[in-house]
Design a protein around this ligand. Structure first.
Ligand SMILES: *Cc1c(COP(=O)(O)O)cnc(C)c1O
Length: 374
């Protein structure tokens, strides 16, 4: 028998679920066409407004994983033949491009080396060359590489243009203190099993007034306009993921008790500490400008990323590998839902694994603790 109680999950989705949320998820179902549900739903909406620091009612919750809400963006805000720029710097950027092409948008793929962040000047140039560009599809935190894209800088370019800035913030919303309205973002997508620390199956889609004016009505199930009408009244067009809505309310309470500024600070501290620890362990970070949601590492010479993952798993810690062209080349340690003490667990296991292979340099745990207590 292994000397630990259960597997710890440090993957960038799904992430571990706090006890307070698990308690809600385990409750008996309530019916959704009831005043009880309506009250809970409206309270959830009020809390969500505080999360995004904006009084607008322009947001809906969908029963789907994050990709469902991404597809909803393409269908609800763009017509067939509309020209859009997709920033492709990883697996999820590829997904934007695929979704756009699937629904017959004219997609200009702007490729960025995997691990790099997009240069806003390149986007400015593309926008000048394509004045008819209707949208930019981008990730704020590209979870497949761990890179951060500066969506605020891009918003400066789109806010005075007839171009919607559509942000996949699935590993950013609930991590960063996002202010989509004042930053000038047009559409923001979040997902339950990432920073919201819930089970998979719920997505969130926030949009600006500028985006609202473009609603196409093309979608049936994922129809933002229909949903909005119902949801502001405390109901949903279809049967909602009832348990997940109630659990989202609890997740929002947890996040707002600390406040998003405090939550972001916690993740910033962890991210800084992880960078220091990696250096001490002789490991390189893949991204130049990392998202604070996860740490993406290249394996040391003489050991593969998958060997590290397997060895860590046998010590009770699950971390993620690479996707697409980074498969087998990197490993990713998520910070979402974690605190400093949790990260010590992951780091100490990583350190033990490297030591067993004769590859450990200085202590990662010590470097981490020194950095986070500064
Ligand atoms: C997880 C993730 C998605 C996809 O979400 P699913 O819930 O798997 O559909 C999209 N974008 C980013 C950045 C993600 O991290």
């Amino acid at each position: 028998m292994k000397p630990f109680k259960g597997e710890r999950v440090f993957t960038p989705g799904p992430v571990e679920i706090p006890d307070r949320i698990r308690e809600v998820l385990g409750r008996q179902i309530i019916h959704h066409r009831t005043p009880e549900f309506t009250e809970a739903f409206l309270e959830t909406r009020e809390l969500f407004k505080r999360l995004v620091d904006c009084d607008s009612e322009n947001f809906v919750f969908f029963s789907s994983s994050g990709t469902g809400a991404m597809e909803a963006c393409v269908l609800n805000f763009f017509e067939e033949g509309d020209k859009v720029i997709a920033v492709v710097g990883g697996k999820f950027g590829e997904r934007w491009a695929e979704l756009g092409k699937h629904w017959r948008l004219k997609v200009i793929e702007h490729h960025v080396d995997w691990g790099k962040s997009v240069n806003p000047e390149d986007i400015e140039k593309l926008l000048k060359e394509n004045p008819d560009c209707k949208g930019i599809l981008i990730q704020m935190s590209e979870s497949s590489t761990g890179a951060y894209h500066d969506v605020r800088a891009i918003a400066e370019l789109t806010k005075d243009r007839d171009t919607l800035l559509v942000v996949d913030a699935i590993t950013a919303l609930g991590v960063y203190d996002m202010k989509p309205h004042s930053w000038g973002l047009d559409v923001v997508v979040g997902g339950s099993q990432k920073a919201f620390m819930l089970t998979p199956g719920l997505s969130m889609l926030w949009f600006s007034e500028k985006a609202k004016d473009k609603l196409t009505g093309r979608a049936y199930y994922f129809n933002v306009g229909n949903e909005l009408k119902k949801q502001v009244e405390g109901q949903t067009a279809w049967t909602p993921a009832i348990s997940l809505i109630l659990a989202l309310r609890e997740a929002l309470r947890i996040l707002l008790e600390t406040g998003m500024e405090g939550v972001e600070n916690r993740y910033r501290t962890i991210s800084r500490g992880m960078a220091k620890a990696s250096e001490s362990l002789g490991l390189r970070l893949l991204p130049e400008n990392p998202s604070i949601s996860l740490t993406t590492l290249l394996p040391p010479e003489g050991l593969s990323a998958d060997e590290i993952r397997k060895a860590m798993l046998s010590e009770g810690v699950r971390v993620a590998g690479g996707q697409g062209k980074l498969k087998g080349k990197i490993f990713r340690i998520s910070h979402m839902g974690m605190d400093v003490n949790d990260m010590v667990v992951a780091l100490s296991v990583l350190e033990r694994v490297l030591r067993a292979k004769g590859l450990k340099k200085e202590s990662g745990v010590e470097a981490f603790l020194e950095e986070v207590s500064r």
